[in-house]
Ligand binder design. Sequence first.
Ligand SMILES: Nc1nc2c(ncn2[C@@H]2O[C@H](COP(=O)(O)OP(=O)(O)OP(=O)(O)O)[C@@H](O)[C@H]2O)c(=O)[nH]1
Length: 506
Amino acid sequence: MLALYAKSLRHPKAVRQSSQPPWHFLFFSSYSDSPSKKSKLAPLQERRMIDRFKLYAKGGDGGNGCSSFRRSRHDRRGIPDGGNGGRGGDVILECSPTIWDFSGLQHHCNANRGGHGASKNKIGTRGDDKVVRVPVGTVIHLIRGEIPYVAEKISSADLDPWETPGTLVDNVSRSGQERALKVPNMEENTHGLPSHNERNLEALTSMEQTTHVASPVIHSQFSSSESCTEEEIREEQEMQCNVAELTEQGQRVVVACGGEGGLGNVFTAKCPRKTKITKSGFQRDNTLAFEAPDDEQSSLSAGFPGSEAILVLELKSIADVSLVGMPNAGKSTLLGAISRAKPSVGHYAFTTLRPNLGNLKYDDFKITVADIPGLIKGAHENRGLGHAFLRHIERTKVLAFVVDLAAALDGRKGIPPWEQLRDLVLELEYHQEGLSDRPCLIVANKIDEEGADGVYEELKTRVQDVPIFPVCAVLEEGIPELKDGFRRLMDGKMSNGLKIDNIMLD
Ligand SMILES: Nc1nc2c(ncn2[C@@H]2O[C@H](COP(=O)(O)OP(=O)(O)OP(=O)(O)O)[C@@H](O)[C@H]2O)c(=O)[nH]1
C-alpha cells in the first residue's frame, strides 16, 4: 500500500488533484463519510448455492519431439540428439472441505501443454496440471470423454524425469525411453489419441474401494425446466451418471489426461532402417522399427493432444441428519440453537437458499446436521425452490422433520403440522422412492406460541411410531432432549421411518 501511495505521489496528476495530506490518505481513508461501495461478493447466505455445474476439461497437449543432429569436424552427417516432447498436464479434481459449492469454478479448465524437446537429448518439460478444488460430496457425471481415474500420489522423488513437471534433462532415463516407445502403440485408438482405458480400469477398482457409491437414481435437472434446449436434453439422456464421487478430503481424480510428448529423432533414428512403421503403432515385439518417410516422421514427432471431457458436477452434501420442513418452520433457528452454525433467519419464507451445515458435539461423538431449504407441496413440480436441493438429503442417514405447531393457529393461513408431515413425506417420495423410509424423528417447533400445546397434544395422537420432540428453537427450550434424541437415532435405537399410513388426517 505504501509503495502504491508513493507511486501515486510521484505522478504529476496525483499531486495536482490530491488536496489531502498523505497521512490523511493513509489513516482515514477507511473512515470516509461517503457511502462505502457495497462489496461485489454477497455474503454466502445471500447467494444461491451452485450445486450443479458443467465443466469442460482439456488435458494439455504433449510437446513436440525435437529433430536435431550433433555434428563435428569428423562426422559431417551428425548423430541425432533431439529429445522427446514433454507430457501435457492433467486436469485433476481435488476434494476440499473448504469449498462450499461450485460458484468459484470456471466452466473451461485447460491444463498446460508439455514443453518441446530440445537438442542434446533434452526432454521437454511436463505441462503443469490444472487442479480444480471441488466440495466434499461432489458426484461426477460424464457427458463426453473418458471415465475419470484416481490420480496417483507419487512423490516427486519417485517420478522419472519424463513425469516431473518443470524439468529439462540431459540424459533420457530408461523408463522415459520405454514410455516414449509405448506412446504410439495405440492401434485401437482411431483418433490417434492415447487411450487411458487400462489405467481407468485399475483406477476404478481402487476407486470403488475408496469412494462412496451413490444411488444410481438421478433426477434430471432439465426434466421440469421449460427453458432447456434440445441439445441439453440430448446430453442429459446420453450422460453416464455417477462415474465417480469425491467424498473424502484430499481425494483426487483425473478427468482429462495430458497428451504424450512427440518423439525426438534420437529415438526414431535408433531403429533399424528396414522395417516399416505406421503412425498407428510400433511393432508389438518392441523391436522398434522405423523407415518413416519425412511426413510420417514429422507426425511422430508431433505431441499428442490431451484428452477432452465434458462433465456435470453435482453436489450432494454429506450430513448425518437433515432438517426437513416447510418454509418458516424454524429449521435455521433450530440449527443455530443446537450447533454453532449461524444460518440466516427471517420471518419470511425461503430465507434459506442453500443447505447449511452445523456440527452437533457430544462428549465422545459428533454429528453433522444439514438445514435444507424449505420444501412446499408441489416442490417436485419445481414450485418454491424446487426439488433440486433434495439431492442433499439422499446421503443423510436420518431425518428430522421440523413442523411449525403455530402455522394454522389463530386464523393463520398455514397448514396444521400433520398435513405438513404428509406433504413433506410425499415430496421426498416424489423425489426418490424410499427416501422417507430412513429413521426419523419429529421436531414440533414453536411450542412457546399460544395454543401450540393443544396442537402438540393432537399431533401426538395423529402420528404414530415416530418420536416427537416439542421445542422452542428461539428460546432454546427442549434442545437437550432433542440432542439426546439425535444421538439415539444415530445409534440405531429409534429406527422407524415416517409412513403416510401412520399419519391420521381429516
Ligand atoms: N415463536 C417462535 N418463533 C420461531 C421459533 N423458531 C423460529 N421462529 C421464527 O420463525 C421464523 C422462521 O424461522 P427460520 O429459522 O428462518 O425458518 P426456516 O424453516 O429456516 O425458513 P426457510 O429459510 O424459509 O426454510 C423466524 O421469524 C423465526 O424467528 C420458535 O421456536 N418460536
